[in-house]
Design a protein around this ligand. Sequence first.
Ligand code: NAD
Length: 331
Amino acid sequence: MLNPILITGAAGFIGFHTAKKLLESGLSVVGIDNMNDYYDVQLKEDRLNLLSTYDNFEFVKLDISDRAAMENLWQGHGPFTKVIHLAAQAGVRYSLQNPYDYISSNIMGHLVILEMCRHTKGFEHLVYASSSSVYGKNKKLPYSVDDPVDHPISLYAATKKSDELISHSYSHLYGIPQTGLRFFTVYGPWGRPDMAYFIFTKAISEGKKVPVFNNGNMKRDFTYIDDIVDGILLTLERPPVKAGVAAPCRVLNLGNHKSEDLMDFIHEIEDALNKKADIEFKPMQPGDVIETFADVDETIAITGYHPKTTISQGLPIFVEWYKSYCQIGSD
Ligand SMILES: NC(=O)c1ccc[n+]([C@@H]2O[C@H](COP(=O)([O-])OP(=O)(O)OC[C@H]3O[C@@H](n4cnc5c(N)ncnc54)[C@H](O)[C@@H]3O)[C@@H](O)[C@H]2O)c1
């Protein structure tokens, strides 16, 4: 029998979709999450309720930085030879007020995962979430994994870059096959209420002011959730192999390879809602970057990843989900 796949952050946006896809294909998944209240916990519970309808899903509530709890998990539900590690304290702006959460979840939590993998016989692949935010103020576009990323401009970005470094050392020392995926602004149904696309949709549909930073002068490589999940699962099946002295470790971009104007993105939401936005332009926020744009050539070459979804296809799907979820939620 195959070992179950462990997904950390399974009640989160990307973890939920990844778990669902694996469960639909008949594989067994153990999901873990600490269910923190960074955003609406009900949304995390609703995602979990959906996953719990699958017989091949098990959920354990725990914090990945809790070493004893993680050892118990490995003994009771493992061993896990494939791990998709997505649990983290996300968000750039929140890190300005809550720095310790980032070190605890993103650095200590990451180390605990690595220690668990290190002591697992026959360990196959750790795929973990990094972020496009590691590119900081890089000017060269599109962002390539070969570009230097030594100047993070938020603590969140600094923790993600640190994870990549710690991962490399563990691959080198213990031969753990690992891939860090730098996600580029992921959106879609069951998405995160703290992210701009969700905030815009909510404000427009409620007829409230829509805060738009840097006077709308921003560009983002928006990636639809189904493309991200495909990228994660294609990657999981292609672990890096040790080549000579090089550690079995790599970092790949997962983006859409299209940098969209923020205002075009807002117009797509207006069209999907059939309602105009009452925009309030605001200055640039600390820690934010003006543009992101992913070079995905290496990802395509290694995994066969092919992002397919444009914002005019993906945003109406998100908006439809938002409308139905909020109606159910307001009963
Ligand atoms: N969504 C994006 O656009 C995006 C972009 C770049 C990187 N990422 C990264 O992808 C991963 C998943 O992001 P997401 O959008 O699904 O975020 P999310 O916040 O919806 O999911 C993360 C989940 O991890 C859980 N968690 C946090 N700290 C934990 C801890 N210490 N122990 C156990 N569980 C913990 C949270 O409760 C949450 O359910 C994160 O690592 C994030 O940094 C996301």
